[in-house]
Write a protein that binds this ligand. Structure first.
Ligand code: NAP
Length: 339
């Protein structure tokens, strides 16, 4: 069953100023969508069920992408489990409940590859969900995400609505959180190497052993995949979205250093946690539908670093400038939630 969106679809992108949400906004704008709806967390706190229900009743979106969440790197997740569980449960429950009660015809919920069991066989197939213990450092976030996926499958079964979930691998790109303490590995590394270059430091210390292997998806490719799935996917299985390519964190550090132009020594702080040893998604389900990522890791990293250099004031570096809201029709600006 196909559900193609059209440029006049009233599409609400929840979290439209975040890494993924802003890529979605750029994507749909560039494809001529004129009825995009976005609200910052200042305008609409999605943890507030009454405000969320009122917003849906007033704006009447036809289609919703849930890209709003409390998101953070390994240390943020590990140190604030209550926030990661409570905020995310509230945000997604309010979004999905309001969508159902206001007749939203199509909804895409974003899970994450970190919700799979810690020791899942690689590459990770969709069926691995709930088949074993989770990685301890992000358990609270993962449990919240699994609750969201379960709500989607329940809605499909009980209410026969074509709501779907996707499981993106690690995402990076313009507008990421560049705080070295709270951000994910790619922006944190860019920030670290950039600062070391500017300061003329002889060495840079990265967290962990450098040995874990990860897969990275450029945010604009994820936005394209979300559009593709909304048009073409209608199944209860939360579908993996990845590139199929894997690098070690050490290799990633070398690529980032090269792009930044940093030539000093790279050291590893093994007192910091590594997280899951390997994480690569099996993307055969999405491949078979005909979607593939287009951006190589190297070119995505170059674009991200260029964006970082051009937007340093707005890049989310712990307490950096809080930029304003997008003007009607503009790409959203970014606002830090971390640090
Ligand atoms: N980043 C990744 O590697 C990755 C990987 C897989 C899946 N995902 C999924 O993609 C989604 C978006 O992640 P992201 O990386 O784009 O995160 P992000 O950059 O931190 O953006 C999160 C967005 O959520 C909004 N938000 C947070 N709390 C809110 C609240 N209480 N009320 C209203 N809005 C709120 C923020 O709005 P404001 O900016 O207005 O405050 C922000 O725009 C998440 O569901 C995440 O699980 C991300």
């Amino acid at each position: 069953m196909n559900h193609p969106l059209s440029p006049d679809t009233r599409l609400y992108i929840a979290g439209h100023r975040g890494l993924v949400g802003s890529a979605l906004w750029r994507h749909f704008r560039s494809r001529g969508f004129t009825e995009l709806i976005g609200r910052s967390s200042d305008e609409l706190d999605l943890r507030d069920s009454t405000a969320t229900a009122r917003f849906f009743a007033e704006t009447r979106p036809e289609v919703v992408v849930c890209a709003a969440a409390l998101v953070g790197g390994i240390v943020a997740n590990d140190s604030k489990p209550v926030d990661f569980l409570s905020d995310n449960l509230r945000i997604q429950l309010n979004l999905i409940d309001s969508a159902v009660s206001n007749g939203v015809r199509r909804l895409l919920f974003l899970g994450s590859s970190c919700v799979y069991p810690r020791d899942a066989e690689q590459p990770i197939v969709e069926e691995a969900l709930l088949s074993g213990p989770l990685e301890a450092t992000n358990q609270a976030y993962a449990v919240a995400k699994i609750a969201g996926i379960t709500q989607i499958t329940g809605i499909r079964r009980q209410l026969s609505l074509p709501y779907i979930s996707a499981m993106p691998t690690n995402v990076f790109g313009p507008g990421d959180n560049f705080d070295p303490a709270a951000g994910h590995v790619v922006p944190a590394m860019i920030q670290r190497f950039h600062r070391a270059l500017v300061a003329g430091d002889r060495s840079v210390t990265c967290w962990g052993s450098g040995r874990p292997r990860r897969e990275f998806l450029y945010a604009d490719d994820l936005a394209d995949a979300c559009h593709f799935l909304l048009d073409n996917y209608d199944d209860r299985v939360a579908i993996n979205v990845g590139t199929g390519a894997e690098v070690s964190i050490e290799e990633l550090a070398r690529i980032v250093a090269r792009i930044v132009g940093y030539t000093g020594e790279i050291r590893w702080d093994t007192s910091k946690p590594d997280g899951t040893p390997r994480k690569r998604l099996d993307t055969r389900r999405l491949d078979s539908l005909g979607w593939h990522a287009r951006t190589s890791l190297e070119s995505g990293l170059r674009n991200t670093y260029e964006w970082f250099l051009a937007n340093t004031d707005e890049a989310r570096v712990g307490g950096a400038t809080r930029a304003g809201l997008p003007a009607e029709g503009d790409a959203p600006t970014f606002k830090g939630r971390h640090g």
